[in-house]
Each structure stands twice: as C-alpha cells, then as structure tokens.
Design a protein around this ligand. Structure first.
Ligand code: ZN
Ligand code: ZN
Length: 396
C-alpha cells in the first residue's frame, strides 16, 4: 500500500511523530500531528528554519547538500529541517581559492549543533571546492589546488568531520590519464601526511573530455597509488554514473554495476553516494542533475539503491535542484525513504511518488528563483544557467 508521506503545505511547521513511527504500520499522516517540534537550543543562528519533516529511522541515510550561508553551523539546522539523515556542505566558498579561517566560535557552534541534532560525522560529507584540480600537470597550478585542498581537509578536521568528497581532477589535455592519476595520488599522499584522520573520498565523474573518474578503473588506479588505504574512499554519484555509461535503471544491471565496482575498486571503499536523476540520456557524458524520478534515470533505479543493504549506513546525498525551497528536498527525502521496502508490484506503483516530486518542484519553480541549482552557488551575474553549467564541465 502506498504510504502517506508526512508532508505539509508550504512553510508550515510540521510537528509530527517521527516518520519512522509511521513507516512500519503505515498509518495516515493525519494521526501524526500534535507534538510541537523540538526547538534547537544550542546553535545560534539568525533564524532556525521550521522543520518541514521529521527524520526517519531508516538504515539508508538519505540527506541533501544543504546551504551553509551565514555560517557553516547553519547547515545542520537546514539539514534537520528537511528530514535529512545525512548531509553535505561546503566548508568554505566553493568558488574562491581562499576564505577566512574558521573561528573557534564557529567550530564550537558546529560541534554543538551536531550533538544537538544527533548527526554522526560518518553521515556528513563535505564537498570540496570546484576549483581544485590535483591532476593538473602544471606544477604551479597544481600547488594552488593542493593548498586549497589541504585547507579544506584541515577545516574538516577542525570541525570533527570524518569524510571529505572531491572531484579527482583533469588532465586539461596536457598529460596522459595515467600521469594525472599519479599526480592525484601523490597529492592525496602528501595531504594525508599533513593531516590526522579525515578520509579523502573520490567522486566518480560523468566522463566528459579530459576529466578523470568517469571509469571506475580510474578510481581504482588512484587508490592503488595511495599509501594509507584507510584514508581513501569513493562517492558514487548516480547522475555521473549514468552519464558515464553505467545504466542503473534495470535491477540486474544495478547489481552488475555494484559487482563491477567491487571487483575493480572494492566495496569497502564505498563511503557515500550522491543521489541525482539526470536531465540527459544514458551515456551522454554530461553532468546535468535532475530531481529524483523526473529525469532519464527514473525512480526505479533509486528503488534498487534504497533496498540494497550494501548502501546502508553511508551518506546518500541529494544534489538536485531545490530552487531554494526546502520542501523540494523534504519531499525527495521522504519519497526516497519511502522506497525502502516499497513493493514494486503494488497496484499504486511508483507513479504516485513521482507525481509528488513533480508537484513540489512545480510549486517551487513558481515560488523560487527559477533555474537555480540546489548545490551550487548563486549564478554569476549576467550568466545564464546553461552557460554556468558548461563552465563547470570545462577542465581547468
Ligand atoms: Zn561533486
Ligand atoms: Zn555529485
């Protein structure tokens, strides 16, 4: 039976029992209304976002890449407000080489916030700066990237975080794939020596041009050259996988992909996933994130993931367009959480869930700033969205 998803209309406080209390018995959401939502006391923020959804107790840790505007401690309440059981954030401006150091006050507020909201550092996946290219054969440019990378890692450690996700890099057309891979591994080794504990998590890429990481083998080759294997891992982005040629739509294919990953890289290295649908078709080599169920991948693929025990206990992060409306992610998280144990043979099927996402996206597109991507910084002035995205595909 289709479970009633505990979602409320726009901007309404959603005081309810945790989603998990609804899940096994599949009660209607109307039974779950009355307890006032717990207010956070410790994190001092300008404004605590009103909770739109309660967090589920699912073993699959679904969350989103939330905004850290106004101070990174704000990311925690933003994640909790959309019912996220994991989250991603930028630990400094993702488009600048340097940012002011974290203050002791920010660090304390962040740590207090994690405790207050009960987030485990294993479920938090900071995303590295988009500028970093550790595969660049130009030593001066690579050094600039490395300094930015190392600074990110140190920020993570100061904040008590365990993981750090970044894009492997690009040859920029000036080196062979093998050469760039060695340079990337070398930087990781150097950074490991300069830090204590944070695990560097390589993201698979969409497979465009000179970019490293479209093929699982690239990730395997980097890991092979990393000395401290306990401090390296992989984050699999569904949109990137699909764009790079891995077709996760059919269950048998999904299982084959995971087996291939296990053989080539090793499942023990899988530390996180990014859950994104794709605006572009299979094997397009294009990185265009779409809301869950609304793109070429489709909701069935996410059903494979949310019912695969191998994907339990790791952050499963949405980087879908939110149009700055938190209810988009609240809905996507509830829909994804609802997929675990969902019977595909049921009469309702997945269509009703897709409709829920479509409806909230439509409302958000009307109310939010059109075209703005959830995980991205505001579009540069005077540039259209597509232009900005194309810039991101370039290898710098
Ligand atoms: Zn990424
Ligand atoms: Zn990603």
């Amino acid at each position: 039976m289709l479970r009633a998803l505990p979602l409320r209309p726009f901007n309404r406080c959603f005081p309810s029992k945790p989603l998990s209390t609804l899940m096994p018995k599949r009660k209607s959401s109307s039974e779950a209304v009355e307890t006032p939502a717990k207010k956070s006391r410790l994190v001092k923020t300008k404004e605590q976002p009103e909770p739109l959804a309660q967090r589920s107790e699912s073993l699959w840790k679904v969350g989103a890449h939330v905004s850290a505007a106004g101070g990174i401690q704000n990311a925690i309440a933003n994640a909790a407000a959309v019912g996220a059981n994991s989250f991603a954030l930028f630990v400094k401006s993702q488009r600048k080489w340097t940012s002011p150091a974290l203050t002791q006050e920010t660090i304390s507020a962040f740590k207090a916030g994690l405790k207050e909201h009960g987030y485990d550092p294993r479920h938090i996946l900071p995303h590295g700066s988009y500028l970093i290219n550790l595969g660049n054969p130009d030593a001066t440019k690579r050094k600039k990237s490395y300094d930015c990378f190392l600074d990110d890692l140190k920020r993570c450690e100061a904040l008590g975080l365990a993981l750090y996700n970044f894009h492997p890099g690009s040859t920029v057309g000036q080196a062979t794939t093998e050469e760039s891979i060695s340079l990337i591994a070398q930087s990781i080794n150097d950074a490991h020596k300069a830090t204590e504990s944070v695990v560097t998590v390589l993201e698979n890429m969409a497979g465009a041009g000179n970019i490293i990481g479209g093929d699982f083998q690239h990730l395997a080759q980097i890991i092979q050259q990393v000395d401290d294997k306990t401090r390296v891992g992989v984050c699999l982005d569904t949109c990137h996988m699909f764009a790079a040629g891995y077709d996760l739509r059919v269950k048998e294919e999904w299982d084959r992909i995971v087996t291939t990953f296990d053989e080539q890289v090793g499942l023990q290295y899988l530390r996180a996933m990014h859950l994104n649908d794709s605006k572009t078709p299979h094997n397009s080599k294009k990185d265009r994130h779409e809301n869950i169920g609304m793109g070429h991948i489709g909701l069935t693929a996410f059903h494979h993931i949310l019912n695969d025990v191998r994907m339990q206990g790791i952050p499963l992060i949405l980087e879908t367009p939110s149009f700055e409306q938190p209810e988009v992610w609240a809905t996507e998280i509830a829909v994804l959480d609802g997929l675990s144990g969902f019977d595909l043979q049921s009469e309702e099927g997945l269509d009703g869930l897709v409709e829920r996402v479509k409806a909230v996206v439509k409302r958000a597109e009307g109310g939010g700033k059109k075209g703005k991507k959830g995980k991205k910084a505001p579009a540069k002035k005077g540039k259209k969205k597509e232009e900005q995205e194309d810039e991101e595909d370039e290898d710098e």
